[in-house]
Design a protein around this ligand. Structure first.
Ligand SMILES: Cc1ncc(COP(=O)(O)O)c(C=O)c1O
Length: 486
């Protein structure tokens, strides 16, 4: 249903250049807020996905930019009807694909405010308030993760940017060696591989270590591989560990990896983009034990910390290891140097101009309090545990990886069915397709031990057990029907 927006909005014929009168500004903003609040109320009753093929969209949207403006409310209505709705609704309570994101309302409003103030959180001179707030949020993260007081960090566009900055810091800490090599398991997110590439690590020196039968990095294989590489003249600079791998949610053995990396003199980066914020809960803290020994940690608040895109974070154990590689001081920015106690956050990563990402985290945490955040993260873990129990009890479904954090990988495979894996892959692909086209939920797939898996990632604070059960029941139903066709 297209949204109807009354068209008493800003009339461009009354415009002077790019100015808009205050009444029209207010009306446009109010209507935008109404659209968003209404969308939230209606979301659960809609499908979690909508999209179109390129041809139709190209015909609809590819027009020359107009010479004269149009009614602002009409333009916004088009954006809503023709563009914004055609997405995966990552905040839908039944969106379980990839790693969803369900922002709180104060976080959304914070992004609006930050854009309205047009904050450039690059340095202390330009943005002392937002810089201090970022220091506060980084300090919260440091305490939650149990990092020492020497630690610090920077908010980034996401987990990929955090990975890149981490490998640049690792390379610098290692003294910029020739023939540098990095190590990661076969469960590691592709962002680490891309980061290695961008950081100048040759693709064949980004070494993929096999994982064990619980999908954790095989420590013996890692040690063997690194020793052989050293003997062949490579210079290992970093191990990238998983603290919530995307496909299975697996957490690598962090204490053992920290021990190993320390002995080898190699940087330990922990990719906690999906799983890291579980650390604010008792259960998550236990599962992530050892994360506090990392040299760097990548986090994504736009995943399991209920923020709108984009906000990730790179934390480093020793802040100087981040400032050394990134600090560049051109004379045209000399006015921004207020001394060591006034950090210029631009000196901790790639970006010069930066949005005020801390504002949304701070506003939402201050508004709801940490108890609500903890409860919402626990909800994901609870629903995932119930989903695993449901799958285990189902005569039709089978778990493909042990539950880790809030990810469940399973497939249709009736006990004692004796169906070959290739046939099961085919059948489960069909189940996924039927879930996609016929069910309001959105589920994505993974390959687990070479088997096609249906995968649920439960990180939305509005998701209830009924939402999860409904998609499991649908998988059982579609699976049962597919089995009858065999
Ligand atoms: C474990 C993990 N690492 C890194 C990333 C990349 O993060 P971003 O998409 O924020 O760049 C993801 C994204 O899903 C992820 O799940």
């Amino acid at each position: 249903m297209p949204y109807t927006i009354f068209d008493s909005g800003f009339d461009p014929s009354a415009a002077r250049g790019l100015h808009m009168p205050p009444a029209a500004m207010l009306e446009l903003a109010r209507e935008a807020a109404e659209i968003l609040v209404r969308r939230r109320g209606e979301l659960a009753g809609e499908d979690a996905w909508d999209g179109e093929f390129r041809e139709g969209l190209e015909a609809q949207l590819m027009r020359d930019p107009p010479e004269e403006g149009r009614l602002a409310t009409d333009v916004m209505a088009r954006a809503v009807d023709e563009v914004l709705g055609l997405t995966l609704r990552v905040d839908h309570p039944r969106c379980f694909g990839f790693v969803p994101s369900s922002p709180t309302w104060p976080s959304v409003v914070a992004d609006f405010l930050a854009a309205g103030y047009n904050v450039n959180a690059c340095n202390w001179l330009v943005a002392s308030g937002p810089s201090q707030l970022e220091c506060v949020v980084i300090e919260w993260f440091r305490r939650w993760l149990g990092l020492p007081e020497t630690a610090g960090g920077v908010l980034t566009s996401g987990g990929s940017a955090a990975s890149l900055d981490a490998l640049v810091a690792a390379r610098e800490a290692a003294g910029y060696p020739e023939r540098a090599a990095v190590y990661m398991s076969d469960q590691t997110h592709s962002a680490q591989l891309r980061a290695a590439k961008v950081a100048g690590i040759r693709p064949d020196h980004a070494r993929i270590v096999p994982s064990d039968d619980r999908f954790r990095i095989d420590l013996d294989a890692l040690a063997r591989m690194m020793a052989a590489d050293r003997a062949a003249g490579l210079n290992p600079i970093a191990v990238c560990a998983n603290a919530g791998a995307t496909a299975t949610g697996v957490i690598d053995p962090l204490p053992e990896l920290a021990e190993f990396c320390e002995a080898e003199g190699v940087w330990l980066h922990v990719d906690a983009a999906y799983g890291g914020f579980a650390v604010v809960t008792e259960r998550g803290k236990e599962l992530l034990d050892g994360i506090e020994r990392a040299d760097s940690i990548g986090l994504d608040a736009h995943k399991w910390f209920f923020q709108p895109y984009e906000v990730g974070c790179l934390m480093v154990r020793d802040l100087s290891t981040l400032e050394e590689p990134f600090e560049v001081r051109p004379t045209f920015l000399q006015d921004s140097l207020w001394g060591a106690n006034h950090p210029n956050l631009t000196d901790r990563g790639l970006q010069t101009s930066r949005s005020a990402r801390a504002l949304k985290i701070w506003m939402s945490v201050e508004t709801f309090g940490m108890a609500a955040f903890r409860e919402s993260i626990e909800n994901g873990m609870d629903c995932a545990a119930r989903a695993e129990a449901y799958v285990d009890a189902s005569p039709v479904l089978e778990c493909l990886s042990p539950l880790s954090l809030s990810i469940v990988c399973f497939r249709v495979n009736p006990a004692g069915g004796g169906i070959a894996d290739e046939a099961l892959d085919e059948l489960n692909r069909d189940v996924l397709a039927r879930l996609f086209w016929e069910d309001p939920a959105f589920v994505s797939s993974a390959v687990v031990s070479g088997k096609f898996a249906l995968r649920l990632c439960i990180v939305n604070y509005t998701t209830t057990w009924d939402d999860v059960r409904a998609v499991l029941e649908a998988a059982e139903r579609f699976g049962g029907e597919a089995l009858e066709q065999l």
